[in-house]
Each structure stands twice: as structure tokens, then as C-alpha cells.
Design a binder for this molecule. Structure first.
Ligand code: NIG
Ligand code: FE
Length: 412
């Protein structure tokens, strides 16, 4: 099957050579081709270039993209889209001024979501989750990571991961699964956190690894959740079972989790709303991708990750939604990109790089998606007619996505 896009106003994020990720000043460079063509063969990008060099070959479909742009789909490297129900009931408490921690102490928070999930069947959980997955694809996401962490028992954590496995089988975009058993200390272990850590290490991790249900392991490293030394133990145990570390860290406090993440060779460390200069220095010249989640800062009213400062210090940065019921109930990457520009002072070029190439790296998918490169999956966004790609973040709360293609197949 051969599909040819012709007369593309601008083909964005064109990379001749595959690259792992981009950092610092290079993040402000977004290579494009104006007046371009793009050829897709059997779901893979096979050729692109200036329209004047467009090949005259037999195709199955030709799409005239006059006035429109094409870019790789968003790579959302941090979500929790498998959850039961929602936490709408906390919304008004939050508006009235209760903090994330106060809501959790009142019986809301992660433990509330865990109770709901434990009482939801795998089938119902799948049905609720697939609606969210379809919604994010329609908004331009073409690769996604999904975490467990609302089960908090062996049975329910596996239930979540099996739902992710089923989503993977049913949908053709790349999906990576992360085991986040250490997301919160369950009620039953309130006065014996150590016993829960033992359960995670000795029972859950081996089960997850045996059924090959996850590629990554994550921990919520935060005051009141899992300490830096708990995090280290859990990540090391995961590594022994072939799981690659990621962490939720520095959301509310800088407690040394960044250093542990780097020491454990975490693929990504995520949140980073509170960053000390030492945290920034620790990340320099490492392979660990810092991931900002501006939707969470927006929703909780907490500081934004100092993305400007981090990029100026030479670091790479990825952007993700954190789509979850408690701190970011939206999976809209277009909004995330706008918010990164408006609130974190990223340029549109930096934000688009962070949401494509660097997001792909944060999921270990840099060879498959994240740029317009020959051989990569044809997961692309065809925009509405727009004047420049700056219009994508500029028109916040709107979507410039006209059609999404996954492996060259039209989705909306
Ligand atoms: O990434 N911070 C920890 N975990 C999620 C929120 C979970 C929840 O509140 O349900 C996050 O923000
Ligand atoms: Fe999260």
C-alpha cells in the first residue's frame, strides 16, 4: 500500500538520520521542508523531500495537503489512562483550596482511585480505558506509555497491566507498560510500609516479569509516599527482573530522588516541579530524560517544571500529559505544548521537539516514532490549514489536528 501526500505546506521534524534525543540549544532547532511531499509504503515512511522532486509513481492514494502541515504524532511518555471512574468529587474541594496532600488525607487521592479500581472488573476497566486511548489518539497522540499503580494489590496491579496488554493488542500505536506498584502505601499497610515494599519486591515484580506485562518500573518518590532509599530498593529489584527504571520525583519536594534516578540509569525522571541547581547539574551529560508534565501543574496549581532554566543549562526535556484522575484529567498533548510555551517559556520549536523526539526517547521508541525519518512508522498528524507551526501552541485549548494517521492508516 502506497500513500502519497502532496503539496504539504511544511513538513515538520524532518530528520535524515535517526537521533536519540536533543538537548540544550539544539532543542530550538526544528528542521522542516517547505512545499514537500511524503511517501508512505506499507505503514512506514519511505521517502520525502521537496515537491519539485516528487516521484511520479503509481500510488494507492494521493492526498493533496495544500495549506496544511504534517508532523510526527505526539509521543506521550507518561500517562495513567487505565483507571476506574474519576475523581470529580475532589474537584470542588480543590477549588475551595484543599491541597493535593489534604485531599489524600481526607480519603481522596490515589487510595480512592485504588478502591474504585479494585471493585471494577477487567472488562469494565478495559472499556473505560479504551475510550481515553481513542480520545488521545484523535488529539494527535501516536505513541503512549501507560502505568499501573491504582491496583496496589497483586491481583489489581496485574488486572491493570492486563488491560494495558489488551489495549496493545487491539490498537496499532506503540504502547509501553510501566509497573507502578509503589504509587502509594495502601490503607492496609499504613503502619507497615516495609511490608508493602516487600510485597512489591518479592511478589509483584516477579509476577509482572513472569507474565511480561511491563517494560518499565516506576516509583512515586515523595515525602509521605516512598523515600529515596525505598525507591532505590524497588528500582534495583525491578532492574533484576529486566524492568527499566523511571520515577515520579520532585513533584512537591526535592529529596534526592533525581540523584537516585540517575544512579539507577533511569530512562526518564518525571514531574520535576521542584528543582535545585544540584538536581539540574546531576542530570547533565546523562542518558536520563527529564520529563515535564505541565497539565499537572496547571490542574493542581503547583509550580511548573523550570524547563527554560533546564534547557538553558544544556539539558534535554520531554513533555507528557500525566493523564490521570487526580492531578491531570486530560490527555490533550496540544494543550500541554501550549502550556509549555506559555507558562514554561519554551519556544514552539523546543516544545515540539520535547513532545515528539524526546518523548519517543523517554519510552525507548526513538527508532520507531518521533520524527519524519525514512524507516520510522508513519504515525503522523495532518493539520488543518494553518499559517505557521507556531499557530499550534498559540491557539491554546484549540486543536489544529485535522487527521491522525497510525502506520499510514487514517484514524479520524
Ligand atoms: O503523576 N504523583 C503521583 N501520581 C500521579 C497522580 C496520581 C493521582 O492523584 O491519582 C501523578 O501526578
Ligand atoms: Fe504520573
Amino acid at each position: 500500500m502506497r500513500i502519497l501526500f502532496k503539496n504539504i505546506k511544511e513538513l515538520i521534524q524532518v530528520r535524515e538520520e535517526g537521533i536519540n534525543f536533543i538537548s540544550g540549544k539544539a532543542m530550538n532547532e526544528l528542521p522542516t521542508i517547505k512545499k514537500a511531499y511524503l511517501l508512505i509504503e506499507d505503514g512506514v515512511i519511505s521517502e520525502f523531500g521537496f515537491m519539485q522532486n516528487c516521484p511520479k509513481i503509481k500510488t494507492d492514494y494521493e492526498i493533496d495537503a495544500t495549506g496544511k502541515m504534517i508532523l510526527p504524532t505526539w509521543c506521550d511518555s507518561h500517562t495513567h489512562i487505565v483507571y476506574a471512574g474519576n475523581r470529580e468529587l475532589e474537584f470542588v474541594d480543590k477549588i475551595k483550596g484543599l491541597s493535593y496532600q489534604e485531599i489524600a488525607e481526607k480519603g481522596g487521592g490515589i487510595l480512592h482511585s485504588a478502591k474504585l479500581l479494585q471493585n471494577t472488573t477487567e472488562e469494565v476497566l478495559y472499556k473505560q480505558s479504551k475510550v481515553r486511548l481513542e480520545s488521545i489518539i484523535s488529539m494527535g497522540t501516536g505513541a503512549v506509555e501507560i502505568k499501573s499503580g491504582y491496583g496496589l494489590t497483586s491481583e489489581s496491579e496485574l488486572k491493570m497491566l492486563r488491560v494495558i496488554k489488551k489495549l496493545k493488542k487491539t490498537y496499532s500505536l506503540p504502547i509501553k507498560a510501566t509497573f507502578l506498584g509503589a504509587h502509594a502505601i495502601p490503607e492496609a499497610y499504613k503502619s507497615n510500609k516495609e511490608a508493602y515494599i516487600q510485597l512489591v519486591i518479592n511478589e509483584m515484580i516477579p509476577l509482572v516479569a513472569k507474565e511480561k506485562l511491563a517494560q518499565f518500573i516506576d516509583v512515586f518518590c515523595e515525602t509521605g509516599y516512598f523515600s529515596v532509599s525505598d525507591t532505590k530498593r524497588i528500582l534495583e529489584a525491578g532492574k533484576q527482573h529486566g524492568l527499566i527504571p523511571k520515577i515520579h520525583v520532585n513533584q512537591f519536594h526535592s529529596i534526592g530522588g533525581v540523584q537516585i534516578g540517575v544512579a539507577c540509569n533511569a530512562l526518564s525522571i518525571d514531574h520535576l516541579e521542584q528543582m535545585t541547581n544540584d538536581d539540574i547539574d546531576t542530570l547533565k551529560n546523562t542518558k536520563t530524560m527529564p520529563v515535564a508534565l505541565p497539565g499537572c501543574s496547571y490542574f493542581l496549581g503547583i509550580p511548573y517544571t523550570p524547563g527554560r532554566k533546564m534547557i538553558d543549562a544544556g539539558l534535554p526535556l520531554a513533555l507528557a500529559t500525566d493523564y490521570n484522575p487526580g492531578s491531570a484529567p486530560s490527555g490533550n498533548m496540544n494543550f500541554v505544548i501550549s502550556t509549555a510555551c506559555i507558562k514554561m517559556k519554551l519556544t514552539p520549536e523546543e516544545a515540539i521537539n520535547a513532545a515528539t523526539l524526546n518523548g519517543a526517547y523517554a519510552m525507548g521508541l526513538q527508532d520507531k516514532v518521533g520524527s519524519i525519518t525514512v524507516g520510522k512508522q508513519a504515525n503522523i498528524i495532518l493539520t488543518k490549514p494553518i499559517s505557521s507551526y507556531h499557530f499550534i501552541p498559540y491557539s491554546f485549548g484549540e486543536s489544529q489536528v485535522e487527521t491522525v494517521y497510525i502506520n499510514g492508516k487514517e484514524i479520524i
